[in-house]
Design a protein around this ligand. Structure first.
Ligand code: ADP
Ligand code: ASP
Ligand code: MG
Length: 464
């Protein structure tokens, strides 16, 4: 069971999470995965930046807020018997966090590695608090960091890749004996460590990934993701008020959705579960009896629904490499993507016009400058690439559904709906799985495009 930050946003919510664990632990062995409390990760990121810039006043203010949040929450959730040990631990972590920010402040240096160390405090603070809340209900439990639970990764700080074989082995070795003793392991989400012990993070939203890794390693019967909505929905409910909960969805579809769904779930989270065919349930922690969404290997066509969901990924930019000399020149695409790869820029979407005079691709907005600079250095002045252009104001809309495969006319309906909103489509790509058709519009036209498609395919609650 993984509890997201939104399900831990107050002492009452943490106690509720603990009660959920208690309720299901009578008939199941449970491993708990915990995110940072509400938006702590965002706050830590901000304070890290303030420290790097030398803004001591705002640094102190932000730090105190985080420290208070965690010590107050700790006091509120633990019992008198267990409270002292927890509070000592939180006080120690708060001190370590302060020293970390002081270090960054003095050096004016925030590296990917030190940033991961900073971010780790979110989960390292929340996990013992949740464990204490569970203990206060009379259950046996222990809190562990990702590394203590056996999760080892490479050293790609900020977006580390778990070394699955080693991790699976270690996870079993460490957690199986605890489960055998009826002890509930409470593990920090999001965090792993390199072989030599440096803390890494698995990318934003990475607690889902942790849950999936642990579930796969332990051959869990099911992986449950507790969040603040009733399940995976036909669209982001913040954009489409009428969005409906999807009762069931296949791994392949959910993968497309999470990859393009920005925040709902970590894009790689489903991989370990899908590989071992372990069903994943997404449930609302404030309505624990609801069915939520079941993600499984089964592909159910859901009546006559061709399209199942529409999602949006924001904060992206489009980069276009162009030049008449590119026509018929072999190896240009390879050079482009090699350059991006060696600059650690992840490409989300690619298109090449059949004239071959341009290649466009979509990347995270934060990577646009790096990408443009790297491509200019590597490609300009050699006779084929004449320009590297970037547009930072973009978002990807992804339309997902297994029923789209082999159904003619879907694209026409999608683009018809978008055109009626006068949104200009800049780029289109269809995954070869045909589960997903995605396209790019300017950021401010994104929400409207999502709503229009949602309406066109009658995905809303009021449509059924
Ligand atoms: P948690 O704190 O549980 O990890 P997140 O904020 O990461 O929660 O993800 C849950 C949020 O994702 C929801 O509150 C919802 O606003 C948003 N969201 C975006 N797209 C979807 C979708 N298709 N279905 C459900 N929720 C979505
Ligand atoms: N706390 C981390 C984040 O905000 C991981 C997670 O919540 O899944 O990205
Ligand atoms: Mg999340």
């Amino acid at each position: 069971m993984k509890f997201g930050g939104s399900s831990l946003a107050s002492p009452a919510k943490i106690k509720n999470a603990a009660r959920i664990v208690q309720q299901f632990s009578t008939e199941n062995k449970i491993v708990v995965v915990v995110s940072a409390i509400s938006d702590t990760t965002d706050r830590l990121l901000e304070i890290g930046e303030l420290a790097r810039k030398g803004d001591n006043v705002r640094l102190r203010k932000g730090l105190t807020k985080i420290q208070m949040l965690h010590s107050n929450t700790a006091k509120a959730v633990s019992s008198r018997r267990t409270g002292k040990e927890l509070l000592d631990r939180i006080v120690q972590l708060n001190k370590d966090l302060e020293k970390t920010f002081e270090g960054i402040f003095h050096l004016r240096e925030l590296t990917p590695r030190s940033r991961d160390y900073v971010l780790s405090f979110g989960e390292r603070l929340s996990t013992p608090i949740v464990a204490a809340a569970i203990r206060a209900l009379g259950l046996k439990t222990r809190s562990l960091t990702g590394a203590e639970a056996g999760i080892t990764s490479d050293d790609r700080f900020g977006e580390a890749n778990p070394l699955t074989e080693v991790s699976y082995h270690e996870i079993r070795r460490r957690l199986d004996p605890m489960l055998a003793r009826n002890e509930i392991p409470v593990v920090t989400g999001f965090l792993a460590a390199t072989v030599d012990g440096s803390i890494t993070t698995l990318g934003r939203g990475g607690s889902d990934y942790t849950a999936s890794l642990l579930g796969a390693a332990l051959s869990a019967d099911e992986i449950w993701i507790w969040t603040d909505v009733d399940g995976l929905m036909t669209a982001d409910p913040r954009i489409v008020k009428d969005a409906a909960v999807l009762p069931a969805i296949s791994f392949a579809e959910a993968l497309e959705l999470s990859y393009f769904g920005a925040k709902m779930m970590h894009p790689r989270a489903l991989q370990p579960a899908a590989q071992r065919k372990i069903p994943v349930r997404i449930k609302n922690s404030s309505k624990p009896t609801g069915d939520g969404t079941l993600v499984s290997a089964r592909e159910n066509s859901d009546g006559d629904k061709i399209v199942k969901a529409v999602s949006i990924i924001r904060n992206v930019g489009v980069v276009t490499v162009g030049g008449a000399g590119m026509i018929g020149a072999p190896g240009v695409a390879a050079r482009v993507f090699q350059t991006l790869g060696s600059s650690n820029v992840n490409v989300m979407m690619i298109s090449q016009g059949s004239s071959e005079a341009t290649i466009s691709f979509v990347i995270a907005r934060k990577d646009v400058e790096t990408a443009v600079r790297a491509l200019q250095l590597a490609l300009l002045g050699q006779g084929y690439v004449e320009r590297v252009a970037a547009e930072k104001d973009a978002c990807i809309i992804a339309v997902v559904g297994a029923g789209m495969r082999g159904t003619p006319g879907v694209a026409a309906r999608i683009f018809g709906a978008v055109a009626r909103k006068k949104a200009n489509v800049r780029m289109i790509a269809q995954g070869s799985s045909e589960y997903n058709l995605s396209f790019v519009v300017s950021e401010n036209q994104g929400p409207e495009a999502v709503s229009a498609i949602h309406r066109e395919f009658k995905l809303g609650r009021s449509d059924t």
